[in-house]
Design a protein around this ligand. Sequence first.
Ligand code: CA
Length: 96
Amino acid sequence: METQVARAAPPGALTTGSTAPGRPGHAVGRVDVDLKDYGFSDRLTSYKNNQTSGTRALFYNWQGSWVYKFDSHAYHTEDSLANTSWNNLIDGVRVC
Ligand SMILES: [Ca+2]
């Protein structure tokens, strides 16, 4: 299942300038895009990060809280997470 990070979000849902942790395992209180709102929880295998160049998208798994897994610097296309531990795992995205 492919989702486009920017396209998946409703207008105004993406925030910029938010502080986001950059180390794996760090939990945050919220994410900008909750993939369950789009039926994408545990279904992310590929994505296109077509945000403004240099913008980062941070990907989180819900483990009772949002736990950071990896990030993507725009522009970036991930064709397949199938051979990673992140396949069908991600539930939320933050943008900064
Ligand atoms: Ca998950």
